[in-house]
Design a protein around this ligand. Sequence first.
Ligand SMILES: Cc1cn([C@H]2C[C@H](O)[C@@H](COP(=O)(O)OP(=O)(O)O[C@H]3O[C@H](C)C(=O)[C@H](O)[C@H]3O)O2)c(=O)[nH]c1=O
Length: 190
Amino acid sequence: MKPVATPIEGLVVLESRVFGDERGWFTESFNQRGFEVALRDLGQSAPPAFVQDNHSCSQRGVLRGLHYQLPPHAQGKLVRVVRGSAYDVAVDIRRGSPTFGQSFGLELSAANRIQLWIPAGFAHGFLAMEDDTHFLYKTTDYYDPKSERSIAWNDPGIGINWPGVAEGLITPNLAPKDAAAPEFAAAELF
Ligand SMILES: Cc1cn([C@H]2C[C@H](O)[C@@H](COP(=O)(O)OP(=O)(O)O[C@H]3O[C@H](C)C(=O)[C@H](O)[C@H]3O)O2)c(=O)[nH]c1=O
């Protein structure tokens, strides 16, 4: 895993090594030692161990997020797409952070095999850009619905530029809970 720093401290893009041959290709989708070395190369300590793997499938236009869990069940997430593509976004909700309220987004896809490490302290969401987009991710704490919170995907204070939405090319398909999510200013944060 080759780490690439982002403008937000702690948020790390990870590029996968892919070995192709006449049969197809192979990649180590996760290697604990490689993950720790990648974060250490950016001056970060190793995160808590992952305890849960998640896998969701979304049709084009589905927008899941922005979600997070409050301490003590805050989750670090290592996210990737294995089929289709998604525009993935993390928002820094760590009070006192110099990038508090700032977002970072990128395309994750089966084609680019990019992963994003999102430490605890971020709200997370993604917009599926293709039908049958399979989104996989590891989390550093278990699902705890009582501690789950959300922030409106279109909060003007955060100003996420979801691809195709402003142009009217994609109409987000939201779960009712996400359609009713509070704005950042009203959200219960860390
Ligand atoms: C997240 C989760 C959900 N569920 C159950 C609860 C519901 O019955 C069903 C769908 O849950 P939800 O609508 O919360 O799924 P998403 O909208 O994909 O939620 C995720 O969306 C964004 C992208 C995130 O980063 C979070 O990991 C997570 O909040 O799965 C579980 O049993 N375990 C889990 O860990």
